[in-house]
Every structure is written in C-alpha cells, then in structure tokens.
Design a protein around this ligand. Structure first.
Ligand code: RIB
Ligand code: CA
Length: 310
C-alpha cells in the first residue's frame, strides 16, 4: 500500500524533482504540496510549485502557500543558485493549477486529520511551516508517521562553513521540529552530494523523452551552471529528491539513529546541525541521519517517476 505523504518545499530546481518523485513514485501517495519562503520569496516558490505541477500534468494535488519568513529571522534567499525567479532556466508555462485558499498550515492540518492512516511529512526547505503546524495544531502529532527533511549535514555547510541553507534560514524552526519528539529523518549534504548530476545522468534524464524530462533537463543545465560558478562543482548535487527517495524506497538511503542538535547561537556556527555520530555527549538519540546513498538506484527511481509524468 502506498505511503501517504505531504511535501513542504521551496521550489527551487531540486525541489521540482522532489515534487515529480513524490507524485510519480508508485510507493507514495502525494496528498498535498505546501510552500515556504526559502530559495526565493514565498510568492516565487509558490508560483514555481504551480509551474512544476503544470509541466508534469499534476492536477489532483492541492497546493497551498505557507510562511513568507522564518519564525524569528529575516528571510535570506538563494538567488545565486536558483536565479531571480528561484526557478531560472527554461521559460515556464502559465500555471494551469490553482492554489488551495486554506494556506499551508490549515491544509497540512486538514490532510493529516482526514487521512485514514498516519502520514509522512517530507520537507525540502526551511522547516517554518512544520514548526508552525506543531505549535498551532499539536493534536496532529498522532497523524504524523515521520518527518523526513532534506537539510543539515554531518559535515560542512553550504551557506557558512558549518550551516546548510535550509537549516541556516530558520534554525529556530528546525530546533522546534527536532524537539517535537516525532520520528525525524535528516538527509544532509553529506549524502545529497552523492546525488550528482553528471553528464551521464543528464543524458539518461533527457532520454526519458517527455515534456517533463525536457523541462527538467533545462532546469538542470541552469542549476549546473550555478553550481559551477558558486561552488566550483562541475556536477551539481540534486539535494531534495533524496529525502523523497528515503520514504519511497528506504533501502536506497542508509541512516543511523543518532543525536542531532541545532546550533542557534554560535556567532560562526548558527544553523549548524551537530550530529553526534560517536555519542561523545551521551545524549539520547533523536534522529535518523542519512550517511550513505545507492546513487544508481536513486537515479533510476527519479527517472522512472519522471517517465510517469506528462
Ligand atoms: O542546501 C540545499 C537545500 O537548500 C535544498 O533544499 C535547496 O533546494 C535549498 O532549499
Ligand atoms: Ca529546497
């Protein structure tokens, strides 16, 4: 039976692939999409979610806009990677899917409440919406099977030496969600950097040969140029769909149950994910942290999902 999931995202080039994988993988039942400010302003990430669904012909999944800024901080976006629109590259179609008027927190509440079984919440942006949901509607905790987050790192960061973007934008939200005591999985840069868009991967995606794969390839060509310019990486890491793959085909991503703490105050380390892999601090484990990826199976899973799109 397909696992019911809700995807909270900030499209974003890699978020687009998270949407297509969540909608296309037969192991998942995508109940809804919520958007958050992150790679771009909320209006941009929300429109981009509508564009990504329009391209793929995803018309039966509600999309609702969420928080336009972090819990306490000012939103910092990622135009250096995703461009001015947060989805630069191909000319986007005019969206043909409407927004759900409820807003993200209400849509999350309603989908969780109405689901006959607990739902996996997959987050591929800052955790602001999820933190607000848990604060405003704590009763929905019983309907959340797991929170699977693309964020953080067991090693270095990508915005500061020690902080990854999704955590750095809203570390307070990440701390709230980790402290909630729900099953929490973290897919960090240490693993997403094993999901590299090599020329061979790009060729395999192009060979899918439908409208979505053509749009996807154009997105990746922009994404690749951004990573080359910003990070000196010839093959960009496609972060977000790895968190979806963890839920769709768990054996693709290896995790360890360990201790995760979020740094909120260090002047040089705010937003860092402190992962105590060797239990140096003796604190109880509270997260399932990704440590490895079967990259070949990952890319095959992504390609198969895109093949099911328009
Ligand atoms: O650090 C990578 C993460 O930040 C990805 O989710 C990307 O989309 C951006 O949101
Ligand atoms: Ca993202």
């Amino acid at each position: 039976m397909a696992v019911p999931v809700i995807l909270d995202c900030d499209p974003g080039h890699d978020d687009a692939f998270a949407i297509w994988l969540a909608a296309g993988d037969p192991n998942l039942n995508l109940l809804g999409i919520t958007t958050v400010g992150g790679n771009g302003q909320l209006a941009q990430t929300t429109r981009n979610a509508q564009v990504v669904c329009t391209v793929a012909g995803i018309r039966d999944v509600p999309i609702a806009a969420g928080a336009d800024s972090p819990l306490t901080r000012t939103l910092q976006t990622a135009g250096d990677i995703h461009g001015a629109s947060a989805l630069d590259g191909p000319v986007p179609p005019e969206p043909d899917v409407d927004l759900d008027p409820r807003g993200a927190v209400q849509l999350l509440h309603d989908l969780l409440t109405d689901s006959p079984q607990p739902v996996v919440v997959i987050a591929t942006g800052p955790l602001t919406n999820i933190a607000l949901l848990l604060r405003i509607h704590p009763q929905v905790r019983t309907k959340i099977k797991e929170i699977a987050w693309m964020g953080g790192s067991t090693g270095r960061g990508n915005v500061t030496p020690y902080a990854e973007f999704n955590c750095w934008v809203d570390p307070e939200a990440a701390a709230v969600v980790v402290a909630a005591g729900l099953r929490f999985s973290m897919v960090g840069l240490n693993v997403t950097h094993l999901a590299l868009v090599t020329p061979e991967v790009l060729d395999q995606l192009a060979a899918v040969g439908n409208a979505t794969s053509a749009f996807a390839v154009e997105l990746l060509k922009f994404f690749r140029a951004s990573y080359q310019e910003a990070e000196g990486m010839a093959a960009p890491p496609l972060h977000d769909p790895v968190a979806v793959a963890l839920v769709a085909v768990p054996e693709i991503v290896t995790t360890v149950h360990t201790r995760l703490d979020i740094e909120l105050h260090g002047p040089e380390t705010v937003g860092a994910t402190s992962v105590d892999l060797h239990n140096k601090l003796g604190r109880p484990a509270n997260a399932h942290v990704a440590v490895d990826l079967d990259a070949d199976r990952f890319w095959k899973t992504v390609e198969d999902a895109i093949r099911r799109m328009r």
